[in-house]
Design a protein around this ligand. Structure first.
Ligand code: PRP
Ligand code: URA
Length: 208
């Protein structure tokens, strides 16, 4: 699949197993998710551009770097919130917008209920955060909203993607790269990812 990066390491596979395991307790689930989110942030950070700046060490003056572009993190509520802290720790200068989208469980269509984004999206690198890319409806709607607000440099970050969701996002927004920790097999008849981890929001926030 084009424009798809699957980050992989033994540590991610170990943590993905915790996430999938239905016996995993909430605190372990959150910790594993947080560790994978660090890995995602590091991998996505390789896409950032730098500008040079002078830095004075205790011994001499040398050339250092700063991020060239404003970075805007946009978690898709609710489950996307689970990725924010790790990204903020790696990119403390990032601004954070929020998009509230909930999938209608009957129609599987995204229903939006909240938007708040920082200014200057047109000159920012915008990273959509959502652990699950299932049908792709929520991610595609989030991207369409951000583009309407001027964003033209968007990355999608997720933990588990279904091939159906990647195809939808690539079809609707072919310029948006997708970074995921795992590409799963398929969706079931209820739009859940297989083998997946169940409902990411419910498992993160204990609302099962
Ligand atoms: C989940 C998930 C995505 C969406 C993915 O959220 O966090 O936002 O489903 O499904 P899709 O690709 O088919 O649109 P959900 O709608 O369950 O809301 P929640 O985060 O409030 O639990
Ligand atoms: N949303 C989830 O949380 N999990 C899925 O498998 C699909 C959509």
């Amino acid at each position: 699949m084009k424009n798809l990066t699957i980050i992989d390491s033994p540590l991610i596979r170990r943590d993905m197993t915790y996430l999938r395991d239905k016996e995993t307790k909430e605190y372990q689930f959150r910790l594993a998710l947080r560790r994978i989110a660090y890995c995602l942030a590091i991998e996505i950070g390789k896409e950032f551009q730098l500008s040079e700046r002078e830095v004075v060490t205790p011994l001499e003056t040398t050339t250092g770097h700063r991020l060239k572009q404003q970075i805007v993190l946009v978690p898709v509520l609710r489950a996307g919130l689970s990725l924010v802290n790790s990204f903020i720790e790696m990119i403390p200068e990032a601004k954070v917008g929020h998009i509230g989208i909930q999938r209608d469980e009957q129609t599987l269509q995204p229903v939006d209920y909240y938007y708040k984004t920082p200014k200057n999206l047109d000159v920012s690198k915008v990273i959509i955060l959502d652990p699950m890319l299932a049908t792709g409806g929520s991610a595609s709607a989030a991207a369409a909203f951000l583009k309407k607000r001027g964003a033209n440099d968007i990355i999608m970050a997720c933990l588990i993607a279904a091939p159906e969701g990647v195809r939808k996002l690539q079809n609707d927004h072919p310029e948006i790269p997708v970074f995921t920790a795992q590409l799963d097999r398929q969706l079931n008849e209820n739009g859940y990812i297989l083998p997946g981890l169940g409902d990411a929001g419910d498992r993160t926030f204990g609302t099962l």
